[in-house]
Design a protein around this ligand. Structure first.
Ligand code: AMP
Ligand code: ZN
Length: 113
């Protein structure tokens, strides 16, 4: 996707504070953190959001969740607790239409659900 900001970050065309990278995912600090630890985990493949995910993305989706768990451990917040959030669609608060998962920690979150 030519005009996708997260595709550009994955390709290094826009700077980011990288936390982790492998063949499937790229993780970096959110530019406007909503918590003391706020990392975004994005697939290298462009998917506009969760609605675009298919059976063939099963491994990718599992990998994203396990990456979030590993990063929580690496960043030292696993024991305290963390949230993994995906916003799908404008009503859910999605503003960047390249699928991504937020890893949030370091604060006491209130329960939404
Ligand atoms: P969402 O609202 O779920 O679509 O999340 C998009 C997130 O991307 C927001 O938390 C933004 O702060 C973050 N964001 C937007 N542009 C950048 C950027 N260039 N680098 C890092 N994070 C960004
Ligand atoms: Zn993209």
């Amino acid at each position: 996707m030519n005009d996708c900001i997260f595709c550009k970050i994955v390709k290094g065309e826009i700077p980011s504070k990288k936390v982790y990278e492998d063949e499937l995912v790229y993780a970096f600090y959110d530019i406007a953190p909503a918590a003391p630890v706020h990392v975004l985990i994005v697939p290298k493949e462009h998917l506009s959001g969760m609605n675009e995910a298919e059976e063939k993305h099963e491994k990718l989706l599992g990998h994203i969740l396990l990456t979030a768990q590993k990063l929580a451990k690496t960043l030292g917040v696993a024991e305290d607790g963390y949230r993994i959030i995906n916003n799908c669609g404008e009503k859910a608060g999605q503003t960047v239409f390249h699928m991504h998962f937020h890893l949030l920690a370091g604060a006491q979150f209130t329960n939404l659900v």
